[in-house]
Design a protein around this ligand. Sequence first.
Ligand code: ATP
Ligand code: MG
Length: 268
Amino acid sequence: MSIEVIRVCKWYGIKKKERILVLDEISLTIHDGEFICLVGPSGCGKSTLLKIIAGLESYDGGIITIDGEKVKGPGLDRGMVFQEYALFPWRTVEENIGFGLELRGVPKKERQKIVDKYIHLVGLQGFEKALSHQLSGGMRQRVAIARALSLKPKILLMDEPLGALDAFTRLQMQEEITRIWKEEKQTVIFVTHDIEEAIYLGDRVVVMTPNPGKIKASVDVPLPRPRNRVDSKFVQLRDEVYKLIMDRRRKRHGNIMQGSLHEEQRAG
Ligand SMILES: Nc1ncnc2c1ncn2[C@@H]1O[C@H](COP(=O)(O)OP(=O)(O)OP(=O)(O)O)[C@@H](O)[C@H]1O
Ligand SMILES: [Mg+2]
């Protein structure tokens, strides 16, 4: 399914003086089956944009269509993995993963089969009966990913879905996500702070800048999958996106600050 975002604006705040423009005329076309990664400093409006496309947040100007139809609210065509994992604390891992299937009326036996498949896929075997407070942040995140994938949505909206994972599991999940996407050909918007992850996963990397949130650039990644992180073209693209983000910071600070980009972005 294709997504068209046309000149979308979003303001936060009710009182006139306190209103801030969070998204300023965002326009973005995502083709059917395309995998785009959205990167940009903390606060530039990535989550807001994703929630608007999911139909969970209102907007103040412009229009969003999916296959030509205006988005009016959430729908089964779109699966979302939130930045904050949003699990039901009273449900076990398998009950959380099976929640959407249950809502759809999938019979118990079939549901269990699907749930088992996705538990295996995200590596949570042995934790089927655990409650969310018994899980680590990374495990909770994997439950949320499994829950979204198990519904086989045509569109996947993922907000830093791998942010809480350890480095090794994160690489594994990147491979898994690539494999699933190749099979299912969903249209994907994937938010990440990790530029290498964006280049590894995306057909295209869209760079946003804050105050107000705008799209600064879109960088195509014309590399075959599975991608080689040390390939010279890969490294070149990674540097290109890095520079696009750092450019703005250099202008603001007058120099390039050392340290991890993630920390810098977090600091705004
Ligand atoms: N419910 C809200 N009410 C008021 N302001 C909000 C609300 N949600 C977000 N904002 C503001 O909108 C801006 C964009 O927030 P958003 O969460 O979309 O950023 P982000 O790019 O996802 O950041 P991060 O990388 O830290 O997740 C920020 O300035 C934030 O303070
Ligand atoms: Mg966010």
